[in-house]
Design a protein around this ligand. Structure first.
Ligand SMILES: [Fe+2]
Length: 287
């Protein structure tokens, strides 16, 4: 097209991409361009603002490393990650929530009822429940749960040299009744990294970088779509203002104060180590 105008540029872009073999790529790219063009026209984006945006992306690239993706963080604080999670989930299945940057593959295996308290300080928690088939409600035996969380200081083991390697992480298979359970410590709220361009964006918009405390779960079972999600204690001070929009009401749980380990309806190998009062959490995942 020789003479492109702001009214014809989206069609011109689509025309340029007409030989794209992958129909999904063709569709997604065309719509991305259409929304970007429309966005720039709607807000009447100036050259200075466009340059600021490009500089933000450049700085995001500079500060990113294999351990830190500032681009994912941008996606998180803009709510894009949450929208992607919500588009792909819901209904009878447990909703997706952020994977986050702190998962480590190949965590140690624990038997159902195993102990993650380790040497950790803080409040103790007995966490148990089932993995269920979302359609039939039947238990799913042999489902693999990958679990990770912060210590009481709000840090993950891979951020904190004071924690032993693999602290507060495990993998566990559900038993014949689809049940899982573990003893652990209560996680703490933490801030997303705010020393880069994402931090500048948060400050420029008067936002804080806090996430409410949460337990991370990744659940896989043969014949089911994998589930990555988070479980949030309801009484957290940041429960209604998660910087990365991860909270959904069905993922919020009450931590029930408990003084008697015998009242926990799942056999915990470290029940005698539970420091009373501790908290009880029951949660059934639907996959
Ligand atoms: Fe997290």
């Amino acid at each position: 097209m020789r003479s492109v105008t702001k009214d014809t540029i989206t069609d011109a872009f689509v025309n340029y991409c007409r030989k794209t073999k992958d129909p999904r790529l063709k569709f997604v790219l065309s719509r991305l361009a259409a929304h970007l063009h429309e966005f720039a026209k709607e807000v009447e984006l100036t050259h200075e603002e466009w340059l600021q945006g490009m500089d933000l992306l450049y700085r995001a690239g500079r500060i990113s490393s294999p351990e830190r993706s500032e681009f994912i963080l941008f996606s998180d604080v803009l709510g894009l990650s949450a929208v992607v999670d919500m588009v792909g989930s819901g209904g009878k299945r447990t909703e997706y929530s952020n994977l986050g940057p702190f998962h480590i593959a190949d965590a140690k295996w624990l038997e159902p009822g195993g102990d993650m308290i380790g040497t950790g300080d803080g409040d103790h928690v007995a966490f148990y429940g089932r993995v269920l088939d979302a359609r039939s409600g039947a238990p799913v035996p042999g489902a693999v749960l990958d679990i990770w969380q912060t210590a009481a200081n709000g840090l993950y083991s891979n951020q904190d040299p004071a924690q032993p390697e693999g602290n507060l992480r495990c993998r566990m298979k559900t038993d014949a009744g689809g049940r899982y359970g573990f003893t652990t410590v209560r996680p703490a709220p933490y801030t997303v990294p705010d020393d880069g361009p994402v931090g500048d964006l948060l400050r420029a918009t008067g936002r804080h970088p806090w996430r409410p405390a949460h337990f991370h779960f990744m659940i896989k079972a043969e014949g089911y779509r994998p589930l990555t999600t988070e479980i949030f204690p309801a009484d957290d001070p940041y429960i209604d203002q998660d910087a990365v929009f991860g909270v959904r009401h069905r993922l919020v749980v009450d931590l029930v104060p408990e003084t008697n380990p015998a009242r926990v309806p799942f056999k915990m190998t470290a029940a005698s180590r539970l420091k009373t009062p501790f908290f009880r959490v029951e949660y059934d995942f639907r996959i």
